[in-house]
Design a protein around this ligand. Sequence first.
Ligand code: PMP
Length: 407
Amino acid sequence: MDTLDIKTIREDFPILKREVNGKPLVYLDNGATTQKPKAVIDAIINYYTDMNSNVHRGVHYLSQISTDAFEITRRKVQEFINAKHDYEIIITKGTTDSINLVASCYGQEFISNGDEIIISAMEHHSNIVPWQMICEAKGAILKVIPMTEHGELDMETYKSFLNPKTKIVAVNYVSNALGTINPVKEIIDLAHAQNIPVLIDAAQAVQHIKIDVQALDVDFLVFSGHKMYGPTGVGVLYGKEYWLNKMPPYQGGGDMIKDVTFEKTTYNELPFKFEAGTPNIEAGIALNAAIDYINRLGLDNIKKYEDDLLQYATEKLQEIKGLRIIGTAKEKSSVISFVVEGTHPYDIGVLLDKMGIAVRTGHHCAQPVMEQFHIPGTVRASLAVYNTKEEIDALVAGVNRAVAMLV
Ligand code: PMP
């Protein structure tokens, strides 16, 4: 597929046909979660209708087919991000779960009193708090790469932070609050020059930008199924075999063990060492359908289409008097955050909702970002491949109406 037929794509998403408050739904909250194509919904229904059974345990037929389907997803994810081995793909509950796993297990093994962990000023809370927790537990220090008023990382300060005490760098690929695409390859290379591993939070990247973990040479990469047209409750931790083997398990329980006696337990090999208990099987299986869907459209096509839409939306929104875009980095992806003089983001969000337009308002789980810009929050429109210029026009008209009521 070379160019995307958005009308046909929209047909794939049943929810886009519905109305909200008597108006056609304009769904612009894709950064929070995307809608699901029928193929993903069908995969979930099919799992329960045809193969429901626990995975990795039974010798019986249903357990075998559900295990096979679950493991196909692991290999699909491997291909999707070009990991070297399928056992480097750990199936988790989502981005938050994946980051907590690394912070806890890597932290337990490699972080000691006085060590340093680097994050950035534009992280989601889920890439701040787990690191703060391990800092507190171990007496380590959190260093925060500052950003400019455009929402770009200050790379000179980053370079100055790297030193033998730095034990890990954890930054997002794309900021959920600002849309900034960070120079992750450069961030990784600079850290590797000092043998420091890097975790990339790709929660807002993997559905928009083609990622090759081997080309990036990234040590850990995390993302969520539900932001990439897949189900909730499933996500991915990619980790290099080298690190995963060196890290202790996360949670104890079934599946993650080889042998258990009351005296001693030996742990299972990768990836199961990090997958204790029954996973979210239907979501794991349906993630395969989500990746197939993205692959069918092609990430390059998706990016090109969304970039055009982002530019269109940026130009049109900027025409609104008193509107200020928060996050004006040169490299951006699919997110426009804004404030309008004399209004509160929440009020605009509520009025837009009355018009059937779904946006996110607030701090977007990135309170430090809001603090830096001295604002309580923003209105955030975040795009997916099924959004259209007509929907952007509806947003612009809606904001104009809301502002006229509020100011
Ligand atoms: N990181 C980023 C950049 C995000 O945008 C989000 C979700 N808003 C998360 C982490 C957390 O993802 P989840 O809630 O799916 O665990």
